[in-house]
Ligand binder design. Structure first.
Ligand SMILES: [Cu+2]
Length: 138
């Protein structure tokens, strides 16, 4: 009798364990870190929009699939990374608190090569003033 009951409990625990571990695939929002793959092309980014969490540590793997040198820049995160054609560069930064633009510094103005770093839970527009962490006199 007692043995049977114990066995039943074990089965239930095992089933719960399987459910808990089964979160494969898709966007995981674990532990505040994420890796994003981004491809620079002539002259755009793929994907053009990247979503992150505010304050999250982002590892951006930037591949240059174009035919000229490109660049990945995020002013708000102090990121400026050149990527030679055919190469892949990895940059790590902390996501800002609101959505910002990322761009290729060589082709943003001439070719509109840019994208949006969308920060979840924040308004795309500017938060006017109060408590800004921007350092004046940059
Ligand atoms: Cu470029």
């Amino acid at each position: 009798m007692g043995h049977l009951r114990a066995g039943g409990i074990l089965v239930v625990v095992a089933a719960l364990g399987l459910v808990g571990c089964g979160g494969g695939g898709g966007s995981s929002t674990t532990s505040g870190a994420m890796t994003v793959n981004l491809t620079a092309l002539d002259y755009r980014f793929d994907p053009p929009t990247v979503s992150v969490q505010p304050g999250e540590k982002v590892t951006m793997v930037v591949k240059n699939g174009g035919s000229v040198e490109h660049n990945f820049s995020v002013d708000a995160a102090n990121v400026k990374k050149d990527v030679e054609k055919g190469e892949t560069q990895t940059v790590t930064f902390t996501a800002p608190s609101s959505s910002v633009q990322f761009y290729c510094r060589y082709h943003r103005d001439s070719n509109g090569m840019k994208g949006t770093l969308t920060v979840a839970g924040s308004a795309p527009a500017s938060t006017t003033g109060g408590g800004s962490s921007q350092t004046p006199g940059y």
